[in-house]
Design a protein around this ligand. Structure first.
Ligand SMILES: Nc1nc2c(c(=O)[nH]1)N[C@H]1C(S)=C(S)[C@@H](COP(=O)(O)OP(=O)(O)OC[C@H]3O[C@@H](n4cnc5c(=O)[nH]c(N)nc54)[C@H](O)[C@@H]3O)O[C@H]1N2
Ligand SMILES: Nc1nc2c(c(=O)[nH]1)N[C@H]1C(S)=C(S)[C@@H](COP(=O)(O)OP(=O)(O)OC[C@H]3O[C@@H](n4cnc5c(=O)[nH]c(N)nc54)[C@H](O)[C@@H]3O)O[C@H]1N2
Ligand code: SF4
Ligand SMILES: [Mo]
Length: 741
């Protein structure tokens, strides 16, 4: 037992709060918030204390495995695994083209460093198509963002006079630093207000000054009505619009036509409540907005992203304290370019470089010559997290080669030809690229707390071995880099520039080159930080003043500080004016004119039929964040202190009408599938709306643990017209009481 506190981070959500831990052998026995972490400052939620269930999960993988013809798995050694996998993908690339190799994942809520190395192997093979969970939530918003200003925005809730949450429950799902502290501060302060748009009376909604309890799936009408109030009651910031925005008139024209009274009725919210909430936004000193899955995984999601941004753009809530901001990023998670690529088989939109999750099975299960034939899944569990699990299972099972890199035997791993066991996030250097804050943005390179569990390898090493096996890099090209890396950062910089200039292959596999040459010179356990060297240079070039304000003269100084800061550091300090410079349009103005969205606003005037039917009369939200959900990261069900079955929450009215009782069982049926669940009758739910949590129904120790795997019930066809993001929050369903066992 060591009594030293060691710094690391919680890996259960995108906040990655800094924590300090004490170890007993390989167990995390004591866990506390790390006060030295620049973003979380000692904060954690209830879940961080359960992290040993991740580290010491009995389902950990400890050897590479190969599937036998009968479907069982045999352990194989690493050399055999690497050579057979490399040969298998090379064969696909040579027979059909490297673009038939599809890459999914690259990091979950706590680990993006491994994925940073995947590009070398994939590019060397000619693989082009990739995706991850962001294509199930954020791509519609990213498309809007690309048109408006070319980057991702984040609200500065800590200082916002008015905080607006649209389909977002931060009390449970967090997503910005010290969320509960910030929410409590806003709720306590009579000068500040919280506006929540959510059909459910969530813990966040309970704290709100204005709860706009929309009928599920009708946010577009609610948001259009709010934006229309701003226009029709002259609450726009004319000075801001004149100076910093183009195309405002076309939006205002569309919003002038909106009948606020009709739209209020359409979304089920009192007209006066819509008006007072909009006026509160229109007259506030600062407004910050967070949209999340409640709209991003529901009908009209791309339009909702556009409309909710009108709330802060029309009112000039940009580039000032407590408002909305573009921000620096350490390694951008998606590209914010307005161009859309197309997937090879279905022609679905590729936004930000990501194939929509909902078309993945169709891109495989076809005899189309351009179908994906091989797939690498890293740190993700698409057989459980993508819509229509049955279709995913069939598709993944039909691949010529599927390789999964994970710490556990996941639903996806059970379909793979090879499963590669990764070292856990406490056994290697790790980091995330969820660096989304402004004006102070932080980055945290976590040091390993212990050696990798025997039999496992960090991803950086796995990818390096795969590249080595392809035998495409000449050792003679690496030798000068190795010696320069030993001399100094400056010598290395110069040698690298020279080397990539003279060998195109080296620039193709750059992360590999950094790992092989700079990696060995880094402090013990941190060789996988080598890729951060390149990113630190990019950061210093992209935001020179902000990096200098943070205290670093150049990319090398920033990189060295990252290595030496086990609790993380602030890498950029911005001034509010910088927001304008971060707009990527040449005129540095926000461009509101998106013709498709203006048409969509006009079309809201036409009545739309509900998606529910007499056969499926209830709207099911499949995948709500609760106190004891953490995506698929914790597989051992004993981590949960409450809600062991992941109850199906139903309204009092529906329970009465359907004969459901609290604690009883029910069958849920959708057009895609059926499942059984335990009922919780809840006054938080609106009549006609039911909800199931995410992260349940995982396999553990060869048994399916309690709860519903939500994507048994979802269909790939329920998706957004622009971004193809899924409607997980809006699944028409039937619920029937089951007799007590
Ligand atoms: N505890 C916990 N926290 C997490 C995670 C976790 O698994 N567990 N996962 C993390 C991840 S990956 C993500 S993406 C975030 C997601 O964070 P959130 O988006 O906040 O999470 P959800 O609970 O899925 O959905 C938010 C809200 O949408 C509401 N909603 C449902 N239908 C509608 C609708 O039609 N309109 C509106 N306006 N609202 C609707 C639900 O009632 C819910 O309160 O959470 C992160 N944080
Ligand atoms: N119906 C429905 N479906 C949903 C959602 C919903 O609300 N409803 N939410 C969607 C959202 S927002 C998200 S973000 C996705 C999440 O779904 P996925 O992208 O599939 O991600 P996770 O569930 O977080 O799975 C992370 C995986 O990483 C593995 N892992 C943990 N540590 C390591 C490591 O160090 N190395 C490696 N190689 N692997 C590791 C874990 O074992 C786990 O299998 O689900 C989406 N699917
Ligand atoms: S789950 Fe998220 S908010 Fe909670 S401690 Fe972990 S990183 Fe922080
Ligand atoms: Mo997510």
């Amino acid at each position: 037992m060591t009594s030293d506190w060691q710094s690391t981070a919680c890996i259960l959500c995108e906040c990655n709060c800094g924590i300090v831990v004490q170890l007993d052998g390989r167990s995390l026995t004591k866990i506390r918030g790390d006060k030295a972490h620049p973003a979380s400052q000692g904060y954690t939620c209830n879940k961080a204390l359960r992290l040993d269930h991740y580290q010491n999960n009995r389902g950990r993988l400890t050897s590479p495995m190969r599937r036998r013809p009968d479907g069982s798995y045999e352990e194989i050694d690493w050399d055999t695994a690497i050579s057979e996998i490399a040969a298998g993908f090379k064969d696909i690339a040579e027979s059909y083209g490297g673009d038939k190799i599809f890459y999914y994942g690259g990091g979950g809520q706590g680990n993006h460093l491994g994925g940073a190395y995947s590009g070398a192997f994939l590019k060397a093979l000619g693989s082009r198509y990739r995706s991850n969970a962001l294509a199930q939530e954020k791509t519609g918003e990213a498309w809007i963002d690309a048109h408006l200003y070319g980057g991702h925005t984040r609200g500065e809730f800590e200082h916002a006079e008015v905080a607006v949450f649209v389909g977002k429950n931060p009390w449970m799902s967090q997503s910005f630093p010290r969320a509960r502290v910030v929410l409590n501060d806003i709720a306590k302060d009579p000068a500040r207000s919280m506006i929540v748009i959510d059909p459910v009376l969530t813990d966040t909604a309970k704290m709100a000054d204005f709860h706009l309890r929309v009928r599920p799936g009708t946010d577009a009408w609610c948001l259009a009505a709010m934006a229309a109030v701003l226009v029709q009651e002259n609450l726009c910031d004319e000075t801001f619009l004149a100076a910093h925005v183009t195309g405002a008139e076309s939006v205002r024209e569309a919003l002038r036509e909106v009948s606020i009274v009709d739209y209020a009725q359409q979304c089920g919210v009192d007209e006066e409540l819509i008006r007072v909430a909009a006026r509160r936004i229109g007259t506030a000193g600062s407004v910050a907005v967070f949209e999340d899955l409640g709209v991003q995984q529901a009908p009209n999601s791309t339009l909702c992203s556009y409309l909710n941004k009108m709330l802060w753009i029309l009112t000039g809530n940009f580039a000032k304290r407590g408002a909305q901001h573009l921000h620096s990023s350490f390694g951008p998670l998606l590209r914010h370019a307005p161009e859309i690529g197309r997937t090879p088989v279905t022609g679905a939109p590729i936004i930000g470089g990501l194939v929509p999750g909902n078309v993945v099975p169709e891109e495989i299960l076809t005899d189309h010559p351009d179908r994906f034939r091989g797939m690498i899944v890293e740190s993700s569990n698409p057989a459980h997290s993508l819509a229509n699990s049955a279709a995913c299972r069939e598709a993944f099972g039909s691949l010529q080669l599927l390789v999964v890199i994970d710490v556990a035997m996941t639903e996806t791993a059970r379909l793979a030809h090879y499963v590669l066991p990764a070292a856990s996030q406490f056994e290697k250097a790790e980091a995330t690229f969820f660096n989304l804050e402004f004006p102070h943005n932080t980055f945290h390179l976590r040091h390993p707390l212990m050696d990798p569990m025997p039999g496992t390898l960090p991803e950086a090493e796995i990818w390096a071995r795969l590249v080595r096996q392809l035998d495409i890099v000449d050792e003679a090209d690496l030798a000068p880099l190795r010696s320069a890396a030993k001399q100094s950062r400056a010598a290395f910089t110069e040698a690298l520039l020279h080397a990539v200039g003279s060998s195109p292959m080296l620039s193709k596999v750059l992360p590999y080159v950094l790992y092989e040459t700079l990696g060995p010179t880094l402090p013990e356990g941190l060789s996988a930080a080598a890729a951060l060297w390149g990113l630190a240079q990019r950061v210093a070039i992209s935001y020179p003043d902000a990096v200098r304000r943070a205290g670093y003269t150049d990319g090398n100084a920033l990189f060295d500080a990252i290595l030496a800061s086990p609790s993380g550091l602030t890498f950029t300090v911005h001034e509010y004016e910088d927001d304008f410079a971060l707009i990527t349009h040449r005129d540095k103005k926000i461009a509101l004119h998106i013709p498709e969205m203006l048409d969509e606003i006009r079309e809201l005037a036409e009545p739309v039929p509900a998606l529910t039917t007499p056969e499926f009369p209830i709207v099911l939200s499949a995948g709500e964040r609760r106190a004891y959900t953490a995506n698929d990261i914790l597989r051992d069900p004993s981590w949960r202190k409450r809600d062991p079955d992941g109850a199906l929450r139903v309204s009092i009215e529906d329970a009465e009408a359907l004969g459901l009782s609290d604690g009883g069982r029910a069958r849920i049926t959708t057009a895609a599938g059926t499942a059984e669940a335990t009922i919780e009758v809840s006054e938080a739910m609106l009549s006609g709306h039911a909800s199931l949590p995410n992260g349940y129904g995982l396999d553990f120790e060869n048994a399916q643990i309690p709860g519903v795997a939500p994507n048994v019930l979802t269909s790939t066809r329920w998706r957004d017209a622009y971004s193809a993001t899924p409607w997980h929050k809006h699944v028409p369903a039937r619920i029937e009481a089951l007799p007590a066992p």
